[in-house]
Design a protein around this ligand. Structure first.
Ligand SMILES: [Fe+2]
Ligand SMILES: [Fe+2]
Length: 307
């Protein structure tokens, strides 16, 4: 049987589960709460606090779990009585699970449709709620999901910059989507190179650098097999590690993706503060980004009190 990890924050203590919930104990998957039963409130809050326990569902229950996540999202996102912080947690849980599934099986059209709907949810939340941007970028980091966390961040920054630049709504949503999908190629590298995104490029061997540089192309190769993916999406993904210095000329959407990707790599993978990341980029990346866009980004972070 195949098992998929799930976050304990997604499991509600107030209703019967529509899937079996497993825990990993001494290398064995043990059924913790069977379908149809509830997790007691006090047990749930204890587990949430401890953060040690890892929970799983079986592959067979994936559809049931997805339906459950969709229902929670629907009842949370439109409810005016729910605080923005809670809404962001639910959107993050939902998008992270779907994106993890899409990254595992990139050519599956179902995974793409779910990623597309996650992008639309994120876009409408950022458009409709002025606190959503900051809440999203300061949400909890799950250390075992750093790549997915980074992709959600890039999507958030890129969406906001596209809105500030008054890009067409259609283009804003494309950037929300490309932000989520841009690093899908990492999983296609040789197994020992799949976590190179955690390493600083200056510390990579020549062989590692070569392999790392292939991830945009590998992502495009796979996504192109999916009939729902447009050329606009794959073109953007193929340049996401490039910049003005390398390319000479980039479109506004390409520049937004390149800038936000490179900025968030410093924050999420190298654990820099927003301020440290920004000053490193100002010192070392002169000529890599359009100054007007870079200054607008800086202004945005200042206005949102992230610096
Ligand atoms: Fe990348
Ligand atoms: Fe990236």
């Amino acid at each position: 049987m195949m098992y998929t990890p799930v976050r304990i924050s997604t499991i509600r203590p107030d209703g019967a589960l529509s899937f079996d919930l497993y825990i990993l104990f001494k290398d064995q998957y043990v059924k913790y709460t069977p379908k149809g039963e509830m997790i007691k409130n006090e047990v749930h809050s204890k587990l949430k606090k401890q953060k040690v326990a890892k929970f799983f569902i079986t592959e067979e229950d994936e559809v049931n779990y997805q339906q459950f996540l969709d229902a929670v999202l629907l009842e949370t996102i439109e409810n005016p009585d729910i605080a923005i912080g809670e809404k962001i947690n639910v959107v993050d849980d939902h998008a992270s699970h779907n994106l993890t599934q899409a990254y595992k099986d990139p050519s599956n059209p179902e995974g793409f449709k779910k990623t597309e709907s996650a992008a639309k949810n994120l876009h409408s939340l950022i458009t409709q709620n002025k606190e959503a941007f900051k809440e999203m970028l300061t949400r909890e980091v799950h250390d075992n999901e750093l790549l997915i966390h980074h992709c959600l961040n890039v999507s958030t920054y890129a969406t906001k910059l596209a809105i500030l630049h008054e890009c067409k709504e259609e283009d804003q949503v494309i950037l929300s989507l490309v932000g989520l999908l841009h690093d899908i190629g990492h999983g296609q590298l040789e197994e020992n190179h799949r976590h190179l995104f955690l390493k600083n490029k200056s510390e990579m061997s020549e062989e590692e650098k070569k392999s790392y540089d292939l991830h945009p192309e590998k992502g495009v190769e796979l996504l192109s097999k999916n009939p729902l993916i447009t050329k606009e999406i794959t073109d953007l993904i193929s340049i996401h590690e490039d910049n003005l210095e390398k390319k000479g000329k980039l479109t506004l959407m390409e520049e937004i993706l390149s800038l936000t990707n490179n900025f968030d790599k410093l924050v999420t993978f190298r654990k820099m503060s927003f301020k440290e990341a920004l000053s490193l980029m100002s010192r070392e990346s002169l000529g890599c980004y359009n100054m007007e866009l870079f200054n607008k980004f800086k202004q945005l972070l200042k206005l949102e009190k992230l610096l």
